[in-house]
Design a protein around this ligand. Structure first.
Ligand code: ATP
Ligand code: MG
Length: 327
C-alpha cells in the first residue's frame, strides 16, 4: 500500500507545471485547414516531444517488445488524430481505457507512468499524473462509505490516468452485497461519460483479470486495449540486472556473470519471486555486501574496487545456502 501511494505521489510531483493549463497546443494555428493544405507530421511529432517519452521507455525497460509496440501505435493514432482534427475531421476521441495483465514486477506500473506522460504530451489528457489505487482506496467498510471514497479518488485522478492495481478485488463473487460492486458501478459510469477527461488502467494477474471480466462484462466492454506483460526470461532478468547496476555506477566482473545467472535461476524458482523487482533487490543487497567487503578489507581503493561487483557479493545470498529462504 505505501509503495502504491508513493507511485501516485511521485507522479504528481513530476507533473509539468503548465499541466493544469491544458494540453500542449498544436504547432500551427488552431484554424481549420483548407482541403488542399498539408500537415508536416514530423514537425507535429517533434512539437509534442512524444519521442522523448518513447525513447525513455525503450532505454529504461529491457524486452517488453509487444508492450512498446502497442504504446507506439497508440501514439501514432493520437498524432494522426491531431492532424485530422486540423482539417476539421472529428473522429471522436478513441477509447483508451486499458488493462495491463502480468505477474509482479513485470513493469506494469512503470509503463503506466510513461503512458500518462505520453497521453499528456499528445494532448489526450490535461495532466501527466497517474493516481494509483487499490480496492481499499475505493471501497468503504460500511454502508454509504464507498460512493464518497470512489468519487474522491476519481476527482483526484480526473484529467489524467487512474491506475487500479489488482482490480479484481473490487468484485467478490461469493458476496453479492459486497461494497465493491458499488465502486464498480461508479467506475463504469465515469469510464463511459468522462472518457474525455480520464483514462482508467486496470492491472493484475491475467487469470484473475479474465474471470473478473467474465463476471463484469460491462467493464470488459469499456476496455479498448488489453496489454500482457509476460514474466521475464533469465536472459532478460540478467540484462535488467546489468542495466540497473550500470545506472548506479556498478558493473559485474566477467567472473560474476555466471554467478549472477545462477542466482537468478535459483531465485526465480523460489516463492515470492517478483521479476524485475527481485532483480532490483538482488542488486541492492550485492551493493551492501560489496561495501562491507571493501570496508572489512580496509586500505586504499581504486575505481575498479569501488565499481565492480564480484562473485562473492552474490554468493553470500541465502539462495545459495538454505533452499527454503526467499532472498
Ligand atoms: N523490463 C524492465 N527493464 C528494466 N527494469 C524493469 C523492467 N520491468 C520492471 N523494471 C523495474 O522493476 C521494478 C518493478 O516494476 P513495476 O513496479 O513497474 O512492476 P509491476 O508490474 O507494476 O509490479 P506489481 O505487479 O508488483 O505492482 C521497477 O523498479 C522497474 O523500474
Ligand atoms: Mg505495480
Amino acid at each position: 500500500m505505501t509503495e502504491r501511494m508513493e507511485f501516485g505521489m511521485r507522479a504528481a510531483v513530476g507533473e509539468a507545471p503548465q499541466a493544469a493549463d491544458g494540453a500542449p497546443e498544436p504547432s500551427e494555428t488552431a484554424r481549420t485547414l483548407p482541403p488542399d493544405a498539408s500537415v508536416d507530421l514530423a514537425a507535429e511529432r517533434a512539437g509534442t516531444q512524444v519521442d522523448e517519452v518513447l525513447d525513455a521507455l525503450d532505454a529504461e525497460l529491457v524486452g517488453l517488445a509487444p508492450v512498446k509496440t502497442r504504446i507506439r501505435e497508440i501514439a501514432a493514432l493520437l498524432l494522426v488524430d491531431r492532424a485530422r482534427a486540423r482539417f476539421g475531421i472529428d473522429s471522436g476521441r478513441p477509447n483508451l481505457h486499458m488493462c495491463f495483465t502480468g505477474g509482479p514486477g513485470t513493469g506494469k506500473t512503470t509503463v503506466a507512468l510513461r503512458l500518462a506522460e505520453l497521453l499528456h504530451r499528445l494532448g489526450y489528457v490535461r495532466k501527466s499524473h497517474l493516481v494509483s489505487v487499490t480496492r481499499d482506496d475505493l471501497v468503504g467498510q460500511y454502508v454509504g462509505h464507498t460512493a464518497p471514497k470512489t468519487k474522491e479518488v476519481l476527482k483526484r485522478a480526473m484529467g489524467g490516468v487512474l491506475f487500479i492495481d489488482e482490480a479484481y478485488y473490487l468484485y467478490r463473487a461469493e458476496n453479492e452485497r459486497d461494497y465493491g460492486q458499488e465502486a464498480i458501478e461508479i467506475l463504469l459510469q465515469v469510464m463511459e461519460n468522462r472518457r474525455d477527461d480520464l483514462v482508467v488502467v486496470l492491472a493484475g494477474y491475467k487469470d484473475r483479470m479474465d474471470s473478473f471480466f467474465a463476471s463484469n462484462p460491462g467493464m470488459s466492454s469499456r476496455i479498448a486495449h488489453h496489454i500482457d506483460f509476460p514474466d521475464y526470461t533469465v536472459e532478460e532478468l540478467e540484462a535488467i540486472g546489468r542495466l540497473m547496476a550500470e545506472r548506479q555506477g556498478y558493473r559485474l566482473a566477467p567472473e560474476t556473470e555466471p554467478v549472477f545467472r545462477d542466482y537468478l535461476e535459483r531465485r526465480r524458482a523460489r516463492p515470492r519471486f517478483a521479476n524485475a523487482r527481485s532483480v532490483r533487490n538482488a542488486i541492492e543487497r550485492a551493493r551492501l555486501r560489496h561495501a562491507n567487503r571493501l570496508i572489512a578489507a580496509g586500505g586504499r581503493v581504486g575505481l575498479d574496487d569501488l565499481t565492480v561487483l564480484r562473485p562473492e557479493d552474490f554468493l553470500a545470498s541465502r539462495v545459495f545456502a538454505d533452499p527454503d529462504r526467499p532472498s
